[in-house]
Design a protein around this ligand. Structure first.
Ligand code: UDX
Length: 436
């Protein structure tokens, strides 16, 4: 099939490259010509394990075409995916849909044959209806169908998530015609066990937000229980195991940590409550989740201050600053909330980040970037394990720091407290007895 992806951000690039890997001809369009020329040279603008190799392989095989010529790409394609960003608007809550509608207008000018127009961007319910209206201004209804096909890729796991998804959601108001084309496109993935689910278009749009809000709720629930565990001498992992083995609950997304972040959960939970309020519905639970997650950085900071006792001029070293492992993404990372609070208290911040220096941290005067764990550990009074990178999981801290007096606050519970018993290193973690 000939496919076009408009937008070579995270979702567009990963999906476009992987559809080309399945044998389709894929036009990846972006109005950022610098990005396009880099992609043609095999330079991938995001950190995603395995992606660069797939870009090179499929580009060299001629299955993927990087271009800024949207008209030509649309005209040559049977299916056009809209995969542009939908960041939070100035109101701080709703999704900004300007990009989506602009792309819809451009597609509208280039409908030279019947096409499926598929929104992959995360868009609030009703967006497909608006896209359809835009297309109808210039085209007959038999020239296109507007479909919702939301994305469930996790950063760092995107290739696996694309190849082996739990489900493929197709939202259409014309299911007979649309589902056979989309089923053919996804056939290699369906064959491997991905459930193919066809629903109304608005339902598909809501499924995406509902999934992210539910997962955010699950994480927030376990984070709040972790607070209770700390005060009652219980280990949060026992709770995660004990409740997660109930198939109705499920064991995933029950890891307590510093608060959820990233490009999706914070943005999508807010956009969902905004959409609901437009329909006069109050999503009290989701509102509480947002509030609880936002206040978690205060809680973590107060624990750090407790550990430090006298924070002024104490050296705090962060192991990892991104919002989770296997990504270079800093968007809504809890480190961005905790670091300024610690600076205000007079702490001296440094970090080691496997994906290198983070520009966004350069704005804080005095924040140091170390190029290896050993130097950071030897420099710091308190090490904060902020991100769960594999390379942080089996460090011999004693050997590394030659038994210096060190404190560790493990926000991802990568270690067992027993390992530090009777050692010079003092170890603190999340959702386990917290005795300072
Ligand atoms: C998420 C969704 O999982 C994905 O389906 C959607 O398409 C985009 O948003 P992503 O943001 O890449 O993916 O990361 P994810 O692995 O879901 O983690 C999100 C946040 O939750 C991270 O900050 C992570 O550290 C945190 N998290 C996750 C926990 O604190 N505990 C957990 O058990 C799981």
């Amino acid at each position: 099939m000939n496919i076009c992806f408009v937008g070579t951000g995270y979702v567009g690039l990963v999906s476009g490259v992987l559809f080309s890997d399945l044998g389709n001809t894929v036009y990846c369009v972006d109005n950022n010509s610098e990005k396009i020329s880099k992609l043609k040279q095999g330079i991938v603008p995001i950190y995603e394990p395995g992606l660069e190799e797939l870009v090179k392989k499929n580009y060299n095989a001629g299955r993927i075409i990087f271009t800024s010529n949207l008209s030509e790409a649309v005209r040559k394609s049977d299916i056009v995916f809209i995969a542009v960003g939908t960041p939070t608007s100035k109101d701080g809550l709703s999704a900004d849909l300007h990009g989506v509608y602009e792309v819809a207008k451009s597609i509208s000018n280039n409908l030279n044959s019947y096409k499926l127009i598929v929104t992959k961007s995360t868009v609030p319910l009703g967006t497909g209806d608006e896209v359809e209206k835009i297309l109808l201004r210039k085209n007959k209804s038999n020239m296109f169908d507007v479909v919702s096909n939301p994305e469930f890729l996790r950063e760092g796991e995107a290739i696996r998530d694309f190849k082996y998804p739990d489900r493929i959601i197709i939202g259409t108001n014309n299911s007979k015609k649309v589902s056979s084309v989309m089923e053919a496109l996804y056939q290699p993935i369906i064959k491997k066990g991905g459930k193919f689910i066809v629903v109304q278009r608005r339902a598909a749009e809501l499924i995406k937000y509902a999934s992210n809000a539910f997962l955010a709720t699950k994480i927030t629930f376990i984070n709040e229980l972790a607070n209770l565990c700390e005060k009652t001498g219980i280990n949060i992992e026992d709770i995660s195991l004990g409740i997660g083995t109930d198939a109705r609950i499920g064991s995933r997304f029950l890891r307590a940590g510093p608060a959820y972040g990233g490009s999706c959960f914070p943005k999508d939970t807010k956009a969902l409550t905004k959409t609901a309020s437009k329909f006069d519905v109050s999503l009290n639970l989701v509102n509480s989740v947002i509030k609880s997650n936002e206040s978690r950085s205060d809680l973590i900071t107060s624990k750090i201050l407790k550990i430090l006792k006298k924070p002024k001029n104490k050296k705090i070293g962060f192991l990892g600053v991104t919002f989770k492992a296997n990504t270079d993404d800093m968007r809504d990372s809890s480190s961005l909330k905790i670091i300024p609070k610690l600076i205000k208290k007079g702490c001296l911040i440094s970090y080691y980040e496997p994906t290198g220096n983070k520009k966004i941290l350069d704005k804080y005067k005095g924040v140091k970037n170390f190029s290896n764990i050993k130097d950071l550990a030897n420099y710091s009074d308190l090490l904060i394990i902020h991100t769960e990178w594999d390379e942080f999981k089996s460090i011999n801290f004693e050997k590394l720091t030659q038994n210096k007096k060190l404190q560790i606050f493990d926000l991802r519970n990568l270690y067992q407290p027993d390992a530090f018993l009777n050692k010079k290193i003092k170890y603190y973690s999340i959702g386990r007895p917290f005795n300072v």
